[in-house]
Design a protein around this ligand. Structure first.
Ligand SMILES: [Mn+2]
Length: 468
């Protein structure tokens, strides 16, 4: 690939990231394994390829079947790639050569992938520790077992806790170029959401709206950052079916995002009225969710924990729902008891970066501080990010209110939190669905900034976009 100034700059960024993690790891070598293509129904019919995000973070290389070894000395990295072969050229066309790949990633040494095993066995003979992250794809698990000559059951327990912690620490703080990537993705996401609002009308199918979202991503030569939620049953939190038909009086929830050219994710939710105008009941609940979202954004700053922000949003919700007659009692006590989780059963947000739930494969070391354990209380137990925030963190802020008939019936039957919930006032909400409003923000040294263009969010803005 022609080494333009732009790609040279990125090559320097990847080299800098590798040198940083190297300095934190000290002795031993680190094995970074890229992803391989995954079969869908037989070997040659594969799922769309997505590179491992850690591999992307340290190399930027998005091609399958790559590996990297990082040695303790500065700049000492070896890329392992398959040599060019004529069969691949016939079936898949010419690919970047191993040398070009190494160049793009700022790596000076490249080897045939078959040499990886030899390198690793030599390192083991020399008594070097080999650090790696626990894999979550079975093909990677088997590959590591084979490369290190260990049993598959020992691969996970043998992963390097120290490496996991250092990667989480490094990837959590986003640089300006990473934030620019997320904002680039958000510019496309803005178009997805405006198109959805403009297209929503009675008789339209969810699948047609989902197809429009996909068309926008594809026309920009991008993959979506996750399977979008496009539904009039917004109370089903991860509803991935598109079988519904939009009807007068319903709400359409759209939770979708796209990847930037360097694979950073956006993750935005908007909820709009199918008929173009919110009913007064819908507007009341919508404004509670909006109030929660704006209050949350106002609370975010370095030092505050996301758990505290989450509980702050819950308290705003309870206060407002008391005003509407749906809840009662003391708001702080209601939140402490977990009564709000009937209508807001998930967390206020998560980290965002190369993964839409950034680094979720590393587990709770990303979202929780060392001494902190996940709550066992219903609702709070789904909080993905709880720890104190730092400048440079990129987060989602995504409060929601959902009327889940099965959950309401169950709690009502058990008389759960009846001192805080006016169950008899929840009858009109049987087919209400759910509302969520989600933005992506960066924590700044003094507060926060909402990323990307302003996507219609207030009731007048959303109703205006529905008319477009
Ligand atoms: Mn999200």
């Amino acid at each position: 690939m022609a080494n333009t100034d732009f790609s040279t700059r990125w090559a320097d960024i990847y080299r800098g990231r590798r040198n940083h993690i190297r300095s934190k790891i000290g002795d031993g070598i680190t094995l970074w394994l890229g992803h391989s293509l995954q079969p869908r129904n037989y070997t040659d019919n594969t799922y769309p390829f997505r590179q491992n995000s850690h591999f992307l973070y340290y190399t930027g290389l998005s091609q399958p079947n790559l590996a990297l070894l990082s040695f303790p000395e500065p700049d000492h990295d070896v890329l392992f790639a398959q040599p060019e072969n004529i069969d691949d050229i016939i079936w898949s066309g010419k690919r970047l050569s191993p040398h070009d790949l190494a160049c793009d990633a700022g790596i000076e040494t490249v080897e045939d992938e078959e040499r990886l095993e030899t390198y690793l066995s030599e390192a083991r003979t020399r008594g070097l520790k080999i650090h790696y992250l626990a894999p979550y794809q079975y093909s990677s698990l088997f590959k590591i077992a084979q490369l290190l000559n260990i049993r598959t059951g020992d691969v996970g327990p043998g992963a390097s806790q120290h490496l996991m912690e250092q990667v989480a620490c490094q990837r959590s703080v986003k640089s300006d170029v990473e934030i620019a990537e997320i904002e680039e993705a958000l510019a496309i996401t803005d178009r997805m959401h405006r198109a959805c609002m403009a297209a929503a009308r009675p008789g339209k199918r969810e699948s047609e709206i989902a197809a429009m979202i996909q068309a926008i991503a594809l026309s920009c030569e991008r993959q979506q950052s996750f399977t979008p939620i496009v539904t009039v049953r917004g109370e089903v939190l991860h509803n991935h079916s598109y079988g519904g038909i939009l009807a007068e009086g319903q709400l359409l929830l759209n939770d979708s995002g796209v990847e930037s050219s360097r694979y950073y994710a956006s993750d935005i939710t908007r909820t709009c009225p199918v008929s173009g105008r919110f009913t007064s009941l819908q507007a009341d609940i919508y404004n509670v969710v909006l109030h929660m979202q704006l209050e949350t954004i106002g609370m975010i700053k370095p030092g505050i924990s996301y758990r505290e922000v989450h509980l702050g949003a819950c308290k705003v919700m309870v206060e407002d729902l008391i005003g509407l007659g749906l809840m009662k009692g003391d708001p702080s006590n209601a939140v402490e008891a977990g009564a709000h989780a009937l209508l807001f059963p998930h967390g206020i947000g998560h980290m965002l970066g190369l993964d839409v739930h950034d680094m979720e494969d590393l587990g709770d070391i990303v979202g929780y501080s060392r001494k902190e354990k996940r709550s066992s209380q219903f609702g709070l137990n789904f909080l993905r990010l709880s720890r104190p925030l730092e400048a440079g963190f990129v987060l989602t802020v995504e409060p929601g209110i959902y009327f889940i008939p099965a959950l309401i019936d169950r709690w009502k039957g058990e008389g759960l939190h009846k001192e805080f919930i006016n169950y008899n006032r929840l009858y009109p909400f049987g087919s209400f669905g759910g509302i969520r409003i989600e933005d992506n923000v960066v924590v700044t040294p003094t507060g926060t900034r909402v990323l990307g263009p302003a996507i219609p969010k207030t009731i007048p803005e959303v109703e205006q976009a529905c008319k477009a």
